[in-house]
Ligand binder design. Structure first.
Ligand code: APR
Length: 246
């Protein structure tokens, strides 16, 4: 497939050694997972924006947990796609820092390591009552909300909900990567939610080249040196081969 973005990057590949990648829900779309703002955004008629809040989890606990459990089931059934796998392959030849807004765990299942989960993960649950936290990959869960194995209180998924702060270590590492990279790939994100959406501007301010991989224009497109219009699973394998000189 002749992808102009790949040729554009191939011409520059010798100067593009440190690569930062920011991904959003769009990279998991071809794995069958819903995005937040696409046409499939209203999950089963519910708007995740209303249910992805600490207040909703406290006051509409069952409804919130039904959505989280549904997402866990969908994510568990989903397979990483060629886009996830291409990014894992890129890290075998370049210094890559991968920061994702996704909570589905697909990057890790594709082989990416040290993934910065800016918005947490569906696969770790924690207890506000006693501080217990741990990985739980049972999907569907037998009880909603799942009881804490230590104190019996209700567990919550370790995802960053609207109004909550991002994990400081992950955000710090992602910001550092934006400041030090030669190239930032921005894949499958609308750029609607900060601070993750602010990472491309930081990379640009520090002199990196910015490439967007998205079938549609976004709020970030104007910052890009190159906007590759296409899907992650189609474009990333070609772009990664160009960067690797394969
Ligand atoms: N390949 C690449 N990009 C795609 C694909 C695809 N196959 N399909 C859709 N997209 C793009 C859409 O064009 C859109 O720009 O993915 C983007 C998805 O945008 P959102 O649904 O807003 O998802 P995201 O940017 O990850 O949302 C950021 O908002 O709701 C919160 O915390 C949630 O992490 C999420 C954050």
């Amino acid at each position: 497939m002749d992808v102009p973005a790949a040729s554009w990057l191939a011409d520059r590949r010798r100067s593009l050694r440190r690569i930062a990648v920011v991904t959003g829900a769009g990279i998991s779309a071809e794995s069958g997972l819903p995005t937040f703002r696409g046409e499939d955004a209203l999950w089963q008629g519910r708007n995740p924006m209303e249910l992805f809040t600490p207040e909703a989890l406290a006051t509409r606990t069952r409804e919130s947990w039904e959505l989280f459990d549904r997402l866990r089931v969908l994510s568990a059934r989903a397979e990483p796609n060629a886009g996830h796998r291409a990014l894992a392959a890129l890290a075998r030849s370049h210094g890559v820092t991968l920061a994702t807004q996704n909570i589905d765990g697909l990057h890790q299942r594709a082989g990416s390591r040290d993934v910065l989960e800016l918005h947490g993960t569906l696969w770790r649950l924690s207890c506000a009552g006693c501080g217990h936290a741990g990985v739980n990959e049972t999907a569907p869960l037998p009880l909603l909300p799942p009881p804490c194995p230590a104190c019996g209180g209700p567990l919550r998924p370790d995802v960053v909900m609207f109004g909550e702060p991002l994990p400081a270590d992950a955000l710090r590492a992602a910001t550092r990567a934006a400041e030090t990279c030669d190239l930032m790939l921005v894949v499958g994100t609308s750029g609607a939610v900060y601070p993750a959406a602010g990472l491309p501007a930081i990379a640009r301010a520090y002199g990196a080249l910015l490439v967007e991989i998205n079938p549609a224009p976004t709020e970030l497109s104007a910052q890009m040196d190159y906007a590759a219009r296409g899907t992650a699973a189609m474009l990333l394998p070609v772009i990664v081969r160009a960067l690797r000189g394969d």
